[in-house]
Design a protein around this ligand. Structure first.
Ligand SMILES: [Fe+2]
Ligand SMILES: [Fe+2]
Length: 276
């Protein structure tokens, strides 16, 4: 079962430092940029699943779809709060980023067939699943997040991992095939990194660090060379191109059980913040 958890983080703008990821402007603008993409992006995911859910007969998958929709809606809501904090930190471009992304996704809604829209969702859900698995399993990445925002990211990671197969299973139930899935992943990867790169660069301009080579070297080293948070995800990314790939091929059950307990167990960090 995929539970919808109504968690109110009550993020306090005064408690969130400006560089809340690794104390580093490069890492912070990258994650804050990603967060800016979530509300509109996740709304697109939900819509693409909704438009094809009538193709699903399996009652278990129908129930999973309901859980998926509930979880993504909550993520959008809480990331908006974080995005407002970015705006309060001086990132006036946050609203413009959301507006432009909405325009891009509306274009995708108009020009892409429904199955391809869902294939875009499957591709991006694969990204979030890989990012989530890495964060959940790596204490160093967790420690890099400021305590004021850590629980938000851990909760989102937990739920991305919980529902990682839903869009994929709907895609298959709706008759989606391999070639569409693989080619969609290729162009979605290109567009996603172009968009994220532009958003991050824009935020680095505001943060006045775009032209500081030391910020770049340190950030690029951390992400791509050592500890290489991004580079080490490449094999998991490439796995998507196997014709018989399924998101559940990567067994994350034990990891999820541990985090469900840590966040929502009897002494969980978030039990008090989750509405019944
Ligand atoms: Fe999400
Ligand atoms: Fe998701």
């Amino acid at each position: 079962m995929i539970p919808r958890r109504d968690v109110d983080f009550g993020l306090d703008p005064a408690a969130v430092p400006r560089d809340w990821a690794a104390g580093c402007p490069y890492a912070t603008t990258m994650l804050a940029g990603l967060s800016l993409l979530f509300p509109e992006g996740e709304r697109f995911f939900v819509d693409s699943v909704k438009q094809l859910r009538h193709e699903v007969d399996d009652p278990a998958l129908r129930e999973a779809i309901a859980g998926f929709i509930g979880q993504e809606a909550m993520h959008g809501r809480e990331h908006r709060v974080l995005n407002d904090i970015s705006a309060a930190h001086g990132h006036a471009e946050a609203a413009m980023v959301e507006r432009r992304l909405r325009g891009l996704l509306d274009l995708a809604r108009r020009v892409l067939p429904k199955r391809s829209q869902l294939a875009v969702t499957c591709a991006l859900e694969h990204f979030t699943a890989i990012l989530a698995e890495n964060l959940l399993g790596d204490p160093r990445q967790q420690a890099d997040l400021d305590p004021s925002v850590r629980a938000l990211w851990m909760w989102h990671a937990l739920e991305e991992s919980e529902h990682k197969a839903v869009a994929f299973d709907v895609y298959r139930a709706a008759g989606g095939g391999y070639w569409r899935r693989a080619t969609t992943m290729l162009y979605t990867t290109a567009i996603f990194f172009a968009v994220l790169g532009l958003v991050q660069a824009r935020m680095m301009v505001t943060r006045r660090v775009l032209w500081k080579p030391w910020t770049w070297t340190r950030g690029v080293r951390t992400m791509w060379l050592y500890p290489a948070y991004f580079t080490r995800m490449v094999p998991a990314y490439l796995d998507y191109f196997r014709p018989r790939f399924h998101p559940n091929d990567r067994d994350t059950d034990a990891l999820l059980a541990r985090w469900r307990d840590a966040l929502f167990g009897a002494d969980g960090a978030l039990v008090d913040r989750a509405a019944a």
